[in-house]
Structure formats: C-alpha cells, structure tokens
Design a protein around this ligand. Structure first.
Ligand code: PAF
Length: 276
C-alpha cells in the first residue's frame, strides 16, 4: 500500500488508473472498511484519505479531541486491500496559493436544517474539503457512509452543481450488535454510555414500526420524552423527514427517513434510518 502525504504522489496515480476514493478523518472502524471493500469489489484502485478537516468543526473541543491513530488506521486499511492512503497536513490541503472562492459552495436550504442548523458552517467545510480532495485524487467513484445521510446528500449536490464526473455511492450504516451505529466518536464513550447509546437505535426502530400507525408529530413527541428520562441525554433533534428535500415528511413523500442527533454527556451522536 502506498502511504503518502503529498499531492504529487496521489496525482501520479490518477494518471494511470480508475480510482475509487474513500475520504475519511481516520479513527477507522468497520464502517470505513466497508467503504474500502465496496470500492475493491468494483475492481477499482482504491485510495483512502485520512484528514481531520478543521474547517468542518464548529466546536473546537470536538476538533481537538478527535481521535487520531494513524498506525492503527494504516494496518486496518492494509487488511482490506486498500491500495494507497493520503495523509496530508493542513497546508497540503489548504494551500495558500489556491483560489479559495473556487472551493466555497452554498448548498441552499439543505445546509441550514438539522445538522446544518446545529453545526453552522459544517457543510460548507465538508463541501470545501471534499471538492479539494476530489481535485487531488480525481476519482471515478467515491464512497460515503449513509450514517452521515445529510452529508451524503450535500456531496451529491456538490457533484451535480459542478457537473463533476464522479459517481457517489452511499454505503449502508454498519452497526454494533447492540444496534449502535459505528462512529469514530464511539471511542470516547464510556462502557456505561455505550449501553445508554442504544436508545438511539431503539427509538429509530420504534419510530419505523409506528410510522403510519400514529401521527409523525406524536412519534417525535414520544421519542423526545424517552430522551428526557435520563439527564445525561440532550436531544438536539429527532424528526421524520422527506429523504430528498429534508423537509418534514408528508403523506405523499416517496422516501421517508428518521434522523436524530443527541448529546450523551459531551459526545454528540447522530444516526438515521430509512422508514419508507
Ligand atoms: O465523513 C467524514 O469523515 C468527513 O466529513 C469527510 C467526508 C471525510 C470530509 O472531511
């Protein structure tokens, strides 16, 4: 596996082979490895990146505490046959000589609801770094987890707005046996908190069951009540949304998704589930 921190080495690869790209911020878990496997299964030369992108963190503590373990990540990538990994420093991604306006995008309403509303500037930062990474890696296909469902929608929008020749593939969320969605942030949960965190999956599956039997409003009110029973939880949102527009789901919505974000102590967790 090629391990590099320079743009030039990655640029040399893309001149030769069709690339499947898996951008990550490291602290890799099985969810990330499924993205690499999905790329390998398509027969693509697979490049992963590990870059904790400062421009997408609205909370400085979250950025500072983001777990980093390059050695472990490299071993994990090797174990699933990843072909190359790009681990740049900040100045290699955000070069002083670059035209910053080229990478600044407005995704409209979708950027201002749910994750966008709770993390101002987050999607602008994601759009910016993904655009730069796509320019460097020049992938044919790029793979993203469905766990970050709104991020996936934003990236699809980026590609369509800029008419980029990149296929975006969403890969289903990988869960622990308990139902907890795999996330790099889970590393910061205590054992006790990990048990409590299953409430998210319980509420999502309950909502999926109840959907159509009672009103969406009653479902969300009941979920909020469940989160209030433990003071360590702070629910940011739980909603049933139209999976395309990200507006509240209506009776005639073809695709419905339950989306949730909640803080357990200091750790912010997000998840979602296809309802219809
Ligand atoms: O999902 C992530 O890990 C990040 O948001 C991404 C897509 C790598 C951009 O920094």
């Amino acid at each position: 596996m090629i391990i590099t921190n320079t743009r030039t080495e990655i640029e040399q690869i893309h001149a030769l082979k069709p690339i499947g790209f898996v951008p990550t911020m490291g602290a890799l878990h099985d969810g990330h490895l499924q993205l690499v496997k999905a790329s390998k299964d398509r027969g693509l030369y697979t490049v992963a990146s590990i870059f904790v992108n400062p421009t997408q963190f609205n909370d400085p503590t979250d950025f500072e505490k983001y777990p980093i373990n390059h050695e472990r990540d490299i071993e994990a990538l090797k174990s699933v046959g990843c072909d190359a990994v790009f681990i740049p420093i900040v100045d290699e991604v955000y070069r002083k000589s670059d035209d910053t306006s080229k990478y600044k995008h407005d995704f409209g309403a979708i950027e201002r609801v749910y994750e966008g509303a709770h993390r101002p500037g987050h999607f602008e930062g994601v759009g910016r770094v993904v655009h730069i990474l796509f320019d460097i890696v020049n992938p044919e296909v790029a793979f993203f987890g469905e766990k970050d469902f709104q991020q996936l929608a934003v990236i699809k929008m980026l590609v369509s707005m800029l008419k980029m020749n990149v296929e975006i593939v969403g890969v289903p969320t990988v869960r622990e046996k308990s139902g907890l969605a795999m996330s790099s942030r889970n590393e910061r949960l205590t054992r006790e908190q990990k048990k409590k965190a299953t409430l998210i999956f319980e509420c999502l599956t309950w909502a999926k069951n109840e959907f159509g039997k009672q009103s969406n409003n009653l479902i969300t009110v009941e979920v909020a009540k469940r989160f209030r029973t433990d003071q360590e939880w702070q629910l940011e949102y739980f909603d049933l949304i139209d999976g395309i527009s990200f507006l509240p789901a209506k009776d005639d919505s073809h695709s419905v998704r339950a989306v949730v974000a909640a803080k357990l102590g200091e750790i912010r967790l997000i998840d979602n589930m296809k309802i219809k």
